[in-house]
Ligand binder design. Structure first.
Ligand SMILES: *[C@@H]1O[C@H](CO)[C@@H](O)[C@H](O)[C@H]1NC(C)=O
Ligand SMILES: *[C@@H]1O[C@H](CO)[C@@H](O)[C@H](O)[C@H]1NC(C)=O
Ligand SMILES: *[C@@H]1O[C@H](CO)[C@@H](O)[C@H](O)[C@H]1NC(C)=O
Ligand SMILES: *[C@@H]1O[C@H](CO)[C@@H](O)[C@H](O)[C@H]1NC(C)=O
Ligand SMILES: *[C@@H]1O[C@H](CO)[C@@H](O)[C@H](O)[C@H]1NC(C)=O
Ligand SMILES: *[C@@H]1O[C@H](CO)[C@@H](O)[C@H](O)[C@H]1NC(C)=O
Ligand SMILES: *[C@@H]1O[C@H](CO)[C@@H](O)[C@H](O)[C@H]1NC(C)=O
Length: 651
């Protein structure tokens, strides 16, 4: 430390500070002392995961400061490729996607950075961060040395890594280590040529000094295909397990060097239809203490989870998509609020290193704007000419989202009943090819819902020539395991009775653009009759607006939106896609609404795409409340079957 100080003084005198200083900044591994070494001194990181892509940019600073005040010296983030390159060669690094600004803020806050640029990241993020357009090569083998895949990876990394290079620690920035791939040992391919290629690619763009590493489940079996010479092997494991045994697995791959848990789970992820995951703070604190006691470096995954805005959530298999909230039961809530777990963790860190003094930024205030009356605008079927900018594709058999070059959202498949179906007739997806949920209607009346891995057949009724509309929702691409080549739409034929359904008009829908442009005004048919005894109605848009009350200081503030009587859909405020709501299935009941999307100058416009049916009442409302509800279904019980949370359980 004294040495660095002396050099600083000397350099400012000589006036070549930058060049000389750069050479004093080093970060590497000390294999003799089994630790990291920063500027020649033993170093261990106590890090927390924060994904900039799940937090509005206006809140980055607040969250980073809270992390710093917890006693962390480092943060960890993934870089989701599909977030930055939504179409081939179309890159976005602005606004909420301004990675350089995020790295700069981390450095300004006094935090180092562990960067995990993938290319595959898992992360409960759509397709594990891989762009869906990779599937245009239909038989591509993702995460392997398949030349079609490698070509795109090379092109992406040639864009990304040179941007990172100035932020490496030895170049004056915060990035101390860079991960290659992610839990590769859990993937079936076990392609060492692929890992070797990535290692060389990263070295080529980032130089020879940077510490490159891998992360795998804490078992010898995972490390087998996940680790490679020259990539420092680390492990991940959650609270409540045997820390000694977990690190023994790492020692199997790395007999010397620092012990590292790259993902110490502070909580756990959710799926629609399953209880909200909770991990008690006591278990987290105890395991964290055990880890720090060994002298290991650790990253708390997540320190703040944030939100899967829009369509960004991923899914596991058998098909189970994750909800909009990525709260994760982390020490900072989805909205960045301080929790008891935050202070428990801070206390533990304080036992092993110095925690900064001074005030911790408080939780942000929330405001309950109250109920907002919603009015039915028109059904998707009625609005199709407003929603499909390109018009339909005429195809004998169904085409997929990929064929239409659409990544996320919804596609409408339209045809006519080829035969008389006055008697209920089975409409089926014999090959389970509805990816992921299909809202079926005949002549504007809802017939039923087909759902991947859950429901392959429904009955439809109608006369010959009646219009059969099937709105297919992509609920998020699989992000883990061998099924990440997740095509969307109708990926195989439907049958009606025993015949294959043909003669489709397939509409790629630009719903987000239409909502933003405000073209979805009242019109079309009134809500059709609901089939007797059925709560279903056809997918339709609803609109409403509310003004921020005047005379109350510091508005707008963050809030939560809830959906009393609504079933399932997508919600936008002022054109910002907040994500999916599905209170009927849960566990998530409210969606987080960050204040920056609200306006005090004009009424705020709420748009819903309700897929199954709004409240069956004369007036329907959504409601803004001041507190979240993420546990709408049964609470997770921690009994005798509590075990180490493990990604392997997800495959
Ligand atoms: C990062 O912060 C350090 C001080 O912690 C400073 O020396 C360095 O210049 C900063 N780098 C950048 C890129 O701002
Ligand atoms: C934890 O694992 C270590 C090493 O495998 C073993 O020696 C120890 O008995 C285990 N502790 C417990 C509580 O199971
Ligand atoms: C679709 O294409 C077929 C074959 O070219 C044609 O007969 C049919 O009229 C087309 N349908 C529509 C609605 O354009
Ligand atoms: C479809 O209708 C038939 C005849 O009414 C009935 O037997 C069958 O159970 C129905 N199937 C479904 C999936 O509702
Ligand atoms: C639908 O069936 C036809 C005829 O059997 C077949 O050629 C086509 O490949 C099938 N399409 C899909 C998407 O499965
Ligand atoms: C809401 O929509 C109205 C009508 O289109 C528009 O005048 C207003 O500016 C919108 N509000 C916001 C905050 O964009
Ligand atoms: C959900 O959490 C709240 C707040 O912790 C609690 O009061 C409520 O009982 C929980 N509900 C369920 C269904 O577990």
């Amino acid at each position: 430390m004294a040495f660095v100080f002396w050099v600083l003084i000397l350099c400012s005198v000589v006036g070549t500070a930058k060049i000389t200083l750069a050479s004093t900044r080093t970060f590497d591994i000390d294999y003799k002392k089994d630790c990291f070494r920063k500027d020649g001194q033993p170093f261990r990181f106590i890090s927390g995961s924060i994904h900039y892509n799940r937090i509005p940019r206006v809140y980055w600073k607040d969250r980073l400061l809270k992390m710093y005040m917890a006693g962390l010296n480092t943060i960890q983030t993934y870089v989701p490729w599909n977030y930055h390159e939504p179409f081939p060669n179309k890159y976005i690094f602005e606004g909420d996607r301004d990675l350089e600004q995020f790295l700069q803020l981390a450095n300004d806050t006094g935090l180092l950075v562990i960067l995990r640029p993938g290319p595959y990241i898992c992360a409960e993020w759509d397709m594990g961060g891989l762009p869906a357009w990779l599937l245009r090569k239909k038989d591509i083998i993702l995460r392997s040395s398949d030349p079609d895949y490698i070509k795109e990876v090379d092109r992406w990394m040639e864009k990304l890594l040179p941007m990172i290079r100035p932020f490496l620690y030895q170049n004056g920035g915060p990035v101390i280590t860079v991960q290659v791939e992610n839990e590769y040992g859990s993937y079936f391919a076990c392609d060492f040529n692929y890992l070797r290629h990535l290692a060389q690619l990263f070295r080529y763009h980032l130089g020879n000094e940077v510490v490159l590493f891998t992360t795998d489940g804490a078992a010898v079996s995972y490390l087998k295909c996940g680790s490679l010479q020259d990539l420092y092997a680390t492990v991940d494991f959650g609270a409540g397990g045997n820390v000694t045994a977990a690190f023994e697995a790492q020692r199997h791959a790395e007999p010397h060097g620092p012990l590292v848990n790259s993902e110490f789970y502070t909580g756990w992820l959710d799926h629609w239809g399953e209880p909200h995951s909770l991990v008690p703070k006591g278990i987290v604190a105890k395991s964290l203490s055990e880890i720090l006691q060994t002298g290991a470096s650790v990253n708390l995954y997540m320190f703040i989870g944030g939100t899967n805005f829009g369509y960004w959530n991923g899914a596991n298999t058998p098909y189970a998509p994750q909800p909009t909230s990525y709260d994760y039961d982390a020490p900072l809530t989805e909205a960045g609020d301080l929790t008891e777990k935050y202070f428990a963790i801070r206390d533990v860190i304080g036992m092993y290193s110095k925690v900064p003094e001074g005030p911790i930024p408080p939780s942000t205030p929330k405001y309950a704007y109250g109920p907002v009356k919603m009015e039915r605008l028109r059904s998707v079927s009625d609005a199709v000419s407003l929603l499909s900018f390109s018009g339909p594709v005429n195809s004998t058999y169904p085409v997929t989202f990929t064929d239409l070059q659409q990544s996320s959202g919804f596609v409408l498949y339209r045809t006519n009943l080829p035969v008389d179906c006055s008697m209920p007739t089975a409409l089926s997806s014999p090959l389970n090819g509805v990816h992921d949920r299909a809202y079926v209607s005949v002549d504007g009346v809802a017939s039923g819902i087909l759902e991947r891995d859950k429901c392959q057949t429904i009955n439809v009724t109608g006369k010959t020539g009646s219009q059969l509309d099937i709105l297919v929702e992509n609920m998020g691409r699989v992000n883990f395991g061998k099924n990440i080549n997740d095509f969307k739409g109708l990926i195989s034929n439907l049958t009606l009775g025993s015949e294959v359904v043909t003669a489709w008009l397939v509409y790629s829908l630009s719903i987000d653009e239409a909502v933003k442009e405000g073209v979805l005004t009242r019109g079309g048919r009134a809500e059709g009759p609901r089939a007797s005894g059925s709560p279903l109605s056809v997918p339709a848009f609803y609109g409403g607006s509310f003004s921020i009350p005047s005379g109350i200081p510091d508005l707008p503030q963050d809030t939560y939106i809830q959906f009393p009587g609504w079933t399932k859909g997508q919600v936008w405020i002022n054109g910002f896609n907040l994500g999916r709501y599905w209170p009927k299935r849960g566990p998530q009941v409210t969606l987080y609404v960050p204040a920056h999307i609200l306006s005090t100058k004009a009424p705020n416009n709420v748009t819903l795409l309700e897929l199954e049916g709004g409240p069956n009442t004369p007036t329907c409302t959504v409601e803004f409340t001041a507190s979240p509800a993420l546990n709408g279904t049964m609470r997770h019980t921690l009994g005798h079957n509590f075990r180490l949370f493990n990604k392997a359980d997800l495959s």
